[in-house]
Design a protein around this ligand. Sequence first.
Ligand SMILES: [Ca+2]
Length: 480
Amino acid sequence: MDFSRRCSDLVISHPQIPGATVDYLHTNLVHNASAYVSEIEYINHGPINVTDVSFCPVNVDVWLPTNTCHGRLMGLGGGGFDCGLYPENMMAMLGAVGEGYAAVSTDCGHTMEQDLSEWLLEFIGKSVAKSLYGVEPGYSYFSGCSQGGRQGMMLAQRYPTAYDGIVASSPAIYWAEILASGFWTQLVMNELVSYPESCELDYLTEMAIRACDDLDGVVDGIVTEIDSCKFDAFDLVGMHFPCGNQTMMLSGSAAIVASAAWQGPFSRGGDSLWHGVDVVSNLTSILSCQCSSGGRCTGLPVKFSSDWIRLAVKKNPDFDLDSITHDEILLIFGASVQECTSIIGTNDLDLSEFRNRGRKMLSFHGLADPMVPSQGTRRYYEAVEKRDPRVRDYYRHFEAPGLGHCWSPSGLYPFTIFNDMVAWVERGSVPKYLLASFTGENGTEHEGILCPYPERAVYNGMKTRCQGAATSAPQGRSTG
Ligand SMILES: [Ca+2]
Protein backbone atom coordinates (compact mmCIF):
# COMPACT_ATOMS: atom_id res chain seq x y z
CA MET A 1 0.00 0.00 0.00
CA ASP A 2 1.35 3.43 -0.89
CA PHE A 3 1.19 5.13 2.48
CA SER A 4 3.00 8.25 1.29
CA ARG A 5 -0.08 9.04 -0.80
CA ARG A 6 -2.66 7.69 1.65
CA CYS A 7 -1.27 9.56 4.69
CA SER A 8 -3.08 12.71 3.61
CA ASP A 9 -5.92 14.77 4.93
CA LEU A 10 -7.51 14.32 1.50
CA VAL A 11 -7.69 10.55 1.99
CA ILE A 12 -8.28 10.16 5.72
CA SER A 13 -11.90 10.95 6.41
CA HIS A 14 -12.92 13.07 9.36
CA PRO A 15 -14.33 10.89 12.15
CA GLN A 16 -18.10 11.24 12.49
CA ILE A 17 -18.61 11.85 16.20
CA PRO A 18 -22.13 12.29 17.57
CA GLY A 19 -22.38 15.76 19.09
CA ALA A 20 -18.91 16.88 18.05
CA THR A 21 -17.02 17.89 14.96
CA VAL A 22 -13.42 17.41 13.98
CA ASP A 23 -12.49 20.75 12.40
CA TYR A 24 -9.37 19.70 10.56
CA LEU A 25 -6.97 16.82 10.25
CA HIS A 26 -3.28 17.38 9.85
CA THR A 27 -1.09 14.55 8.62
CA ASN A 28 2.56 14.29 7.69
CA LEU A 29 4.16 10.88 7.16
CA VAL A 30 7.16 10.32 9.45
CA HIS A 31 9.87 8.14 7.94
CA ASN A 32 12.25 5.79 9.71
CA ALA A 33 12.03 7.13 13.25
CA SER A 34 14.34 5.44 15.76
CA ALA A 35 14.66 5.92 19.51
CA TYR A 36 15.23 4.07 22.73
CA VAL A 37 11.98 4.07 24.71
CA SER A 38 12.46 3.25 28.39
CA GLU A 39 10.00 1.35 30.58
CA ILE A 40 9.34 4.58 32.51
CA GLU A 41 8.02 6.17 29.33
CA TYR A 42 6.32 3.02 28.03
CA ILE A 43 4.69 1.82 31.23
CA ASN A 44 3.14 -1.68 31.19
CA HIS A 45 5.92 -2.71 28.80
CA GLY A 46 9.63 -3.36 28.96
CA PRO A 47 12.10 -0.92 27.36
CA ILE A 48 12.33 -1.20 23.58
CA ASN A 49 14.60 -0.01 20.81
CA VAL A 50 12.40 1.46 18.12
CA THR A 51 14.19 1.24 14.79
CA ASP A 52 13.12 2.64 11.44
CA VAL A 53 9.43 2.85 12.12
CA SER A 54 7.41 4.92 9.70
CA PHE A 55 4.02 6.20 10.71
CA CYS A 56 1.24 8.52 9.77
CA PRO A 57 0.41 10.86 12.68
CA VAL A 58 -3.07 12.34 12.61
CA ASN A 59 -3.50 15.34 14.85
CA VAL A 60 -6.18 14.08 17.25
CA ASP A 61 -3.57 12.24 18.06
CA VAL A 62 -3.50 9.00 16.16
CA TRP A 63 -0.19 7.56 14.97
CA LEU A 64 -0.62 4.89 12.35
CA PRO A 65 2.39 2.67 11.60
CA THR A 66 2.94 2.16 7.89
CA ASN A 67 5.68 -0.46 7.89
CA THR A 68 5.01 -2.53 11.02
CA CYS A 69 1.22 -2.58 11.45
CA HIS A 70 -0.55 -5.74 12.55
CA GLY A 71 -4.12 -4.53 12.89
CA ARG A 72 -4.26 -3.70 16.60
CA LEU A 73 -4.98 -0.39 18.29
CA MET A 74 -3.55 0.89 21.59
CA GLY A 75 -5.20 3.76 23.48
CA LEU A 76 -2.76 5.42 25.88
CA GLY A 77 -3.92 7.02 29.11
CA GLY A 78 -2.65 10.09 30.93
CA GLY A 79 -0.75 10.85 34.12
CA GLY A 80 -1.26 13.33 36.95
CA PHE A 81 -3.73 15.94 35.75
CA ASP A 82 -2.66 15.36 32.15
CA CYS A 83 -5.07 13.46 30.04
CA GLY A 84 -2.37 12.37 27.58
CA LEU A 85 0.13 13.75 25.05
CA TYR A 86 2.69 14.94 27.59
CA PRO A 87 6.35 14.15 26.77
CA GLU A 88 6.52 10.64 28.28
CA ASN A 89 3.22 9.85 26.64
CA MET A 90 4.61 10.87 23.24
CA MET A 91 7.46 8.41 23.78
CA ALA A 92 4.89 5.75 24.64
CA MET A 93 3.14 6.55 21.35
CA LEU A 94 6.46 5.94 19.58
CA GLY A 95 6.94 2.70 21.51
CA ALA A 96 3.46 1.58 20.48
CA VAL A 97 3.92 2.31 16.75
CA GLY A 98 7.38 0.73 17.02
CA GLU A 99 5.60 -2.44 18.07
CA GLY A 100 3.12 -2.10 15.22
CA TYR A 101 0.11 -0.68 17.06
CA ALA A 102 -2.05 2.13 15.77
CA ALA A 103 -1.50 4.41 18.77
CA VAL A 104 -4.07 6.93 19.94
CA SER A 105 -4.02 9.50 22.73
CA THR A 106 -5.40 12.97 23.36
CA ASP A 107 -4.79 16.03 25.49
CA CYS A 108 -8.59 16.23 25.85
CA GLY A 109 -8.42 19.98 25.21
CA HIS A 110 -8.70 20.43 28.97
CA THR A 111 -7.63 18.50 31.99
CA MET A 112 -10.08 17.45 34.67
CA GLU A 113 -13.36 16.52 33.00
CA GLN A 114 -11.82 14.27 30.44
CA ASP A 115 -13.65 11.04 31.08
CA LEU A 116 -15.70 11.25 27.91
CA SER A 117 -12.65 11.20 25.72
CA GLU A 118 -11.21 7.75 26.45
CA TRP A 119 -13.93 5.86 24.64
CA LEU A 120 -13.91 8.53 21.93
CA LEU A 121 -10.24 7.69 21.47
CA GLU A 122 -11.08 4.17 20.47
CA PHE A 123 -13.82 5.45 18.19
CA ILE A 124 -11.61 8.05 16.52
CA GLY A 125 -8.61 5.73 16.36
CA LYS A 126 -10.63 2.99 14.62
CA SER A 127 -12.22 5.41 12.19
CA VAL A 128 -8.95 7.05 11.20
CA ALA A 129 -7.11 3.71 11.01
CA LYS A 130 -9.79 2.38 8.68
CA SER A 131 -9.28 5.36 6.38
CA LEU A 132 -5.60 4.59 6.11
CA TYR A 133 -5.59 0.79 6.04
CA GLY A 134 -8.98 0.13 4.48
CA VAL A 135 -10.03 -2.04 7.45
CA GLU A 136 -10.64 -1.35 11.13
CA PRO A 137 -8.12 -2.65 13.67
CA GLY A 138 -8.99 -6.18 14.75
CA TYR A 139 -8.41 -5.58 18.45
CA SER A 140 -8.33 -2.47 20.62
CA TYR A 141 -6.44 -2.17 23.90
CA PHE A 142 -6.06 0.54 26.50
CA SER A 143 -2.88 1.04 28.51
CA GLY A 144 -2.47 3.46 31.39
CA CYS A 145 -0.96 4.02 34.82
CA SER A 146 -1.97 6.33 37.69
CA GLN A 147 -4.39 8.82 36.08
CA GLY A 148 -4.25 6.51 33.04
CA GLY A 149 -5.01 3.54 35.31
CA ARG A 150 -8.01 5.42 36.64
CA GLN A 151 -9.13 6.08 33.06
CA GLY A 152 -8.81 2.35 32.36
CA MET A 153 -11.02 1.53 35.36
CA MET A 154 -13.55 4.11 34.23
CA LEU A 155 -13.65 2.53 30.78
CA ALA A 156 -14.39 -0.93 32.23
CA GLN A 157 -17.15 0.55 34.42
CA ARG A 158 -18.82 3.07 32.13
CA TYR A 159 -17.81 2.16 28.57
CA PRO A 160 -17.36 -1.62 28.83
CA THR A 161 -17.53 -2.21 25.06
CA ALA A 162 -14.89 0.31 24.01
CA TYR A 163 -11.80 -1.90 24.37
CA ASP A 164 -11.15 -5.63 24.16
CA GLY A 165 -8.53 -5.43 26.89
CA ILE A 166 -7.50 -2.86 29.48
CA VAL A 167 -4.29 -2.55 31.49
CA ALA A 168 -5.06 -0.19 34.39
CA SER A 169 -1.92 0.07 36.51
CA SER A 170 -1.45 1.84 39.88
CA PRO A 171 -4.94 3.21 39.32
CA ALA A 172 -6.01 6.35 41.19
CA ILE A 173 -9.49 4.84 41.61
CA TYR A 174 -10.48 6.90 44.65
CA TRP A 175 -9.22 10.17 43.19
CA ALA A 176 -11.12 12.51 45.56
CA GLU A 177 -9.95 10.63 48.67
CA ILE A 178 -6.35 10.27 47.48
CA LEU A 179 -5.84 13.91 46.56
CA ALA A 180 -7.47 15.27 49.71
CA SER A 181 -5.40 12.83 51.83
CA GLY A 182 -2.24 13.97 50.08
CA PHE A 183 -2.13 17.04 52.31
CA TRP A 184 -2.34 15.08 55.57
CA THR A 185 1.38 14.83 56.28
CA GLN A 186 1.81 18.52 55.46
CA LEU A 187 -0.76 19.35 58.10
CA VAL A 188 1.04 17.16 60.62
CA MET A 189 4.36 18.91 59.91
CA ASN A 190 2.75 22.36 60.08
CA GLU A 191 1.12 21.54 63.42
CA LEU A 192 4.43 20.23 64.80
CA VAL A 193 6.27 23.22 63.28
CA SER A 194 8.94 20.65 62.55
CA TYR A 195 10.07 19.34 59.18
CA PRO A 196 12.07 16.09 59.04
CA GLU A 197 15.31 15.97 57.09
CA SER A 198 15.34 13.72 54.02
CA CYS A 199 18.08 11.67 55.68
CA GLU A 200 15.72 10.87 58.56
CA LEU A 201 12.96 9.73 56.21
CA ASP A 202 15.37 7.67 54.09
CA TYR A 203 16.77 6.10 57.25
CA LEU A 204 13.28 5.07 58.40
CA THR A 205 12.46 3.58 54.99
CA GLU A 206 15.74 1.68 54.95
CA MET A 207 15.17 0.35 58.47
CA ALA A 208 11.59 -0.69 57.63
CA ILE A 209 12.85 -2.65 54.63
CA ARG A 210 15.56 -4.27 56.77
CA ALA A 211 13.06 -5.18 59.48
CA CYS A 212 10.64 -6.89 57.09
CA ASP A 213 12.81 -8.11 54.19
CA ASP A 214 13.24 -11.68 55.45
CA LEU A 215 9.55 -12.27 56.26
CA ASP A 216 9.28 -13.72 52.74
CA GLY A 217 12.25 -16.01 53.31
CA VAL A 218 14.66 -14.16 50.99
CA VAL A 219 16.88 -11.26 52.00
CA ASP A 220 16.92 -9.32 48.75
CA GLY A 221 15.84 -5.79 49.68
CA ILE A 222 12.26 -6.55 48.60
CA VAL A 223 9.46 -6.72 51.18
CA THR A 224 6.80 -9.12 49.89
CA GLU A 225 4.98 -9.76 53.16
CA ILE A 226 3.85 -6.18 53.61
CA ASP A 227 0.78 -7.17 55.66
CA SER A 228 2.92 -8.83 58.33
CA CYS A 229 5.45 -5.99 58.39
CA LYS A 230 5.17 -4.42 61.82
CA PHE A 231 7.56 -1.55 62.11
CA ASP A 232 7.45 1.20 64.71
CA ALA A 233 9.35 4.37 63.88
CA PHE A 234 9.24 5.46 67.53
CA ASP A 235 11.55 2.54 68.47
CA LEU A 236 14.32 4.32 66.57
CA VAL A 237 13.97 7.83 68.00
CA GLY A 238 17.39 8.92 69.32
CA MET A 239 19.28 6.41 67.13
CA HIS A 240 22.30 7.72 65.25
CA PHE A 241 22.86 7.13 61.55
CA PRO A 242 25.03 8.58 58.76
CA CYS A 243 23.79 11.51 56.67
CA GLY A 244 26.37 12.43 54.06
CA ASN A 245 29.62 13.03 55.94
CA GLN A 246 27.85 13.65 59.22
CA THR A 247 26.07 11.66 61.87
CA MET A 248 22.45 12.47 62.56
CA MET A 249 20.03 11.51 65.33
CA LEU A 250 16.46 10.51 64.55
CA SER A 251 14.04 13.10 65.90
CA GLY A 252 10.69 12.36 67.50
CA SER A 253 8.97 14.58 64.96
CA ALA A 254 10.39 12.53 62.07
CA ALA A 255 8.82 9.44 63.65
CA ILE A 256 5.49 11.26 64.02
CA VAL A 257 5.44 12.50 60.42
CA ALA A 258 6.49 9.13 58.92
CA SER A 259 3.88 7.33 61.02
CA ALA A 260 1.25 9.82 59.81
CA ALA A 261 2.14 9.00 56.20
CA TRP A 262 1.80 5.26 56.88
CA GLN A 263 -1.41 5.62 58.86
CA GLY A 264 -3.23 8.10 56.59
CA PRO A 265 -5.64 10.80 57.74
CA PHE A 266 -7.95 10.21 60.69
CA SER A 267 -10.78 12.04 62.38
CA ARG A 268 -10.70 13.80 65.76
CA GLY A 269 -12.07 10.57 67.22
CA GLY A 270 -9.26 8.54 65.66
CA ASP A 271 -11.31 6.95 62.85
CA SER A 272 -9.36 6.34 59.67
CA LEU A 273 -10.49 8.49 56.73
CA TRP A 274 -8.29 6.93 54.11
CA HIS A 275 -5.37 4.54 53.65
CA GLY A 276 -1.80 5.61 54.25
CA VAL A 277 1.10 4.50 52.10
CA ASP A 278 2.96 1.21 52.57
CA VAL A 279 5.64 1.40 55.26
CA VAL A 280 8.47 0.72 52.77
CA SER A 281 7.49 3.59 50.42
CA ASN A 282 10.00 6.30 49.57
CA LEU A 283 8.73 9.15 51.76
CA THR A 284 11.06 11.87 50.49
CA SER A 285 9.11 11.95 47.24
CA ILE A 286 5.95 13.10 49.07
CA LEU A 287 7.35 14.92 52.12
CA SER A 288 9.41 17.97 51.42
CA CYS A 289 9.74 21.48 52.75
CA GLN A 290 11.70 24.63 52.16
CA CYS A 291 13.38 26.71 54.85
CA SER A 292 14.39 30.34 54.56
CA SER A 293 17.82 31.57 55.66
CA GLY A 294 16.05 32.85 58.78
CA GLY A 295 15.13 29.26 59.60
CA ARG A 296 11.39 29.56 58.93
CA CYS A 297 10.17 26.47 57.11
CA THR A 298 7.05 25.70 55.14
CA GLY A 299 5.93 22.41 53.73
CA LEU A 300 5.95 21.75 50.01
CA PRO A 301 2.86 19.65 49.44
CA VAL A 302 2.65 17.36 46.45
CA LYS A 303 1.41 19.65 43.68
CA PHE A 304 -1.49 17.37 42.72
CA SER A 305 -2.93 17.65 46.21
CA SER A 306 -2.38 21.38 46.65
CA ASP A 307 -3.84 22.15 43.21
CA TRP A 308 -6.75 19.83 43.90
CA ILE A 309 -7.59 21.48 47.22
CA ARG A 310 -7.25 25.03 45.88
CA LEU A 311 -8.94 24.59 42.52
CA ALA A 312 -11.39 21.69 42.80
CA VAL A 313 -12.42 21.79 46.47
CA LYS A 314 -11.95 25.42 47.57
CA LYS A 315 -12.36 26.84 44.04
CA ASN A 316 -9.96 29.57 45.07
CA PRO A 317 -6.49 29.65 43.46
CA ASP A 318 -5.26 31.95 46.27
CA PHE A 319 -6.45 29.71 49.11
CA ASP A 320 -3.77 29.64 51.85
CA LEU A 321 -2.82 26.00 52.40
CA ASP A 322 -0.68 26.85 55.43
CA SER A 323 -3.85 27.93 57.25
CA ILE A 324 -5.35 24.42 57.10
CA THR A 325 -6.06 22.93 60.55
CA HIS A 326 -7.11 19.39 61.47
CA ASP A 327 -10.78 20.45 61.51
CA GLU A 328 -10.36 22.14 58.15
CA ILE A 329 -8.76 19.08 56.50
CA LEU A 330 -11.72 16.98 57.65
CA LEU A 331 -14.07 19.43 55.92
CA ILE A 332 -11.88 19.46 52.81
CA PHE A 333 -11.81 15.65 52.72
CA GLY A 334 -15.61 15.48 53.09
CA ALA A 335 -16.21 18.11 50.40
CA SER A 336 -13.74 16.48 48.02
CA VAL A 337 -15.45 13.10 48.30
CA GLN A 338 -18.99 14.46 48.29
CA GLU A 339 -18.63 16.85 45.37
CA CYS A 340 -16.12 15.13 43.17
CA THR A 341 -16.54 11.36 43.45
CA SER A 342 -19.53 11.28 41.11
CA ILE A 343 -17.48 13.13 38.50
CA ILE A 344 -14.04 11.61 38.75
CA GLY A 345 -14.33 8.61 41.08
CA THR A 346 -14.07 5.25 39.40
CA ASN A 347 -15.12 2.91 42.19
CA ASP A 348 -18.26 1.46 40.60
CA LEU A 349 -18.17 -2.22 41.60
CA ASP A 350 -20.46 -3.37 38.80
CA LEU A 351 -18.31 -4.83 36.01
CA SER A 352 -21.06 -7.18 34.80
CA GLU A 353 -21.37 -5.62 31.35
CA PHE A 354 -17.60 -5.73 30.90
CA ARG A 355 -17.69 -9.41 31.92
CA ASN A 356 -20.70 -10.25 29.74
CA ARG A 357 -19.02 -8.78 26.68
CA GLY A 358 -16.00 -11.02 27.22
CA ARG A 359 -13.61 -8.14 27.88
CA LYS A 360 -10.48 -8.50 30.05
CA MET A 361 -8.63 -6.24 32.48
CA LEU A 362 -5.30 -6.46 34.30
CA SER A 363 -3.88 -4.14 36.92
CA PHE A 364 -0.81 -4.01 39.10
CA HIS A 365 -0.01 -1.82 42.11
CA GLY A 366 3.39 -1.34 43.73
CA LEU A 367 3.61 -2.24 47.43
CA ALA A 368 5.89 0.76 47.98
CA ASP A 369 3.79 3.38 46.16
CA PRO A 370 4.14 6.75 47.91
CA MET A 371 1.63 8.56 45.66
CA VAL A 372 -1.42 6.30 45.38
CA PRO A 373 -1.87 3.95 48.36
CA SER A 374 -1.87 0.32 47.18
CA GLN A 375 -4.54 -0.48 49.76
CA GLY A 376 -7.10 1.46 47.70
CA THR A 377 -6.75 -0.86 44.72
CA ARG A 378 -6.90 -3.88 47.03
CA ARG A 379 -10.02 -2.43 48.64
CA TYR A 380 -11.67 -2.02 45.24
CA TYR A 381 -10.66 -5.49 44.06
CA GLU A 382 -11.93 -7.17 47.21
CA ALA A 383 -15.24 -5.34 46.92
CA VAL A 384 -15.64 -6.38 43.27
CA GLU A 385 -14.79 -9.98 44.20
CA LYS A 386 -17.34 -9.93 47.00
CA ARG A 387 -19.95 -8.94 44.44
CA ASP A 388 -18.70 -11.43 41.85
CA PRO A 389 -16.57 -14.31 43.17
CA ARG A 390 -15.61 -15.21 39.58
CA VAL A 391 -13.99 -11.83 38.98
CA ARG A 392 -10.70 -13.48 38.04
CA ASP A 393 -12.32 -14.86 34.89
CA TYR A 394 -12.07 -11.33 33.48
CA TYR A 395 -10.15 -9.07 35.86
CA ARG A 396 -6.93 -9.89 37.70
CA HIS A 397 -4.99 -7.64 40.03
CA PHE A 398 -1.31 -8.13 40.89
CA GLU A 399 0.49 -6.58 43.83
CA ALA A 400 4.12 -5.74 43.08
CA PRO A 401 6.44 -6.01 46.10
CA GLY A 402 8.90 -3.14 46.55
CA LEU A 403 7.66 -1.20 43.52
CA GLY A 404 6.98 2.54 43.72
CA HIS A 405 4.42 4.48 41.69
CA CYS A 406 4.06 2.88 38.22
CA TRP A 407 7.79 2.25 37.95
CA SER A 408 10.77 2.62 40.26
CA PRO A 409 14.40 1.49 40.15
CA SER A 410 13.73 -1.07 42.87
CA GLY A 411 10.82 -3.46 43.20
CA LEU A 412 9.22 -6.03 40.95
CA TYR A 413 8.03 -4.44 37.72
CA PRO A 414 5.77 -6.57 35.47
CA PHE A 415 7.26 -5.67 32.11
CA THR A 416 5.09 -8.10 30.12
CA ILE A 417 1.69 -7.10 31.53
CA PHE A 418 0.46 -5.51 28.31
CA ASN A 419 1.53 -8.47 26.17
CA ASP A 420 -0.02 -10.84 28.72
CA MET A 421 -3.27 -8.94 28.26
CA VAL A 422 -3.07 -9.38 24.48
CA ALA A 423 -2.41 -13.12 24.93
CA TRP A 424 -5.40 -13.41 27.28
CA VAL A 425 -7.76 -11.62 24.88
CA GLU A 426 -6.61 -13.18 21.63
CA ARG A 427 -5.50 -16.68 22.64
CA GLY A 428 -7.35 -17.25 25.88
CA SER A 429 -4.04 -17.62 27.70
CA VAL A 430 -4.95 -16.92 31.34
CA PRO A 431 -2.25 -14.92 33.16
CA LYS A 432 -1.65 -17.22 36.14
CA TYR A 433 1.28 -15.03 37.12
CA LEU A 434 3.22 -12.11 35.64
CA LEU A 435 6.94 -12.11 35.07
CA ALA A 436 8.64 -9.22 36.85
CA SER A 437 12.15 -7.88 36.84
CA PHE A 438 13.99 -6.19 39.66
CA THR A 439 17.45 -4.87 40.36
CA GLY A 440 19.16 -6.57 43.28
CA GLU A 441 21.21 -4.79 45.93
CA ASN A 442 24.46 -5.45 44.04
CA GLY A 443 22.98 -4.01 40.83
CA THR A 444 22.28 -7.32 39.09
CA GLU A 445 18.98 -7.95 37.33
CA HIS A 446 16.71 -10.66 38.67
CA GLU A 447 13.40 -12.05 37.60
CA GLY A 448 10.52 -12.84 39.89
CA ILE A 449 6.80 -13.35 39.57
CA LEU A 450 3.68 -11.48 40.63
CA CYS A 451 0.65 -13.49 41.63
CA PRO A 452 -3.02 -12.66 41.07
CA TYR A 453 -4.35 -11.19 44.30
CA PRO A 454 -4.95 -12.65 46.84
CA GLU A 455 -2.48 -15.38 45.86
CA ARG A 456 1.10 -14.71 46.87
CA ALA A 457 4.49 -15.70 45.59
CA VAL A 458 6.11 -18.25 47.89
CA TYR A 459 9.74 -19.35 47.60
CA ASN A 460 10.42 -22.87 48.81
CA GLY A 461 14.20 -22.75 48.50
CA MET A 462 14.14 -23.96 44.88
CA LYS A 463 11.33 -22.27 43.04
CA THR A 464 8.90 -19.42 43.45
CA ARG A 465 5.28 -20.25 42.87
CA CYS A 466 1.90 -18.67 43.46
CA GLN A 467 -0.04 -20.02 46.37
CA GLY A 468 -3.74 -19.44 46.59
CA ALA A 469 -5.48 -17.80 49.48
CA ALA A 470 -8.92 -18.32 47.96
CA THR A 471 -10.40 -21.76 47.29
CA SER A 472 -11.56 -20.71 43.82
CA ALA A 473 -8.01 -19.73 42.84
CA PRO A 474 -6.55 -21.65 39.92
CA GLN A 475 -3.48 -23.70 40.79
CA GLY A 476 -0.31 -21.66 40.64
CA ARG A 477 2.33 -22.71 38.17
CA SER A 478 6.02 -23.05 38.85
CA THR A 479 8.31 -20.68 37.00
CA GLY A 480 11.40 -22.78 37.43
CA1 LIG B 1 12.62 -10.18 50.78
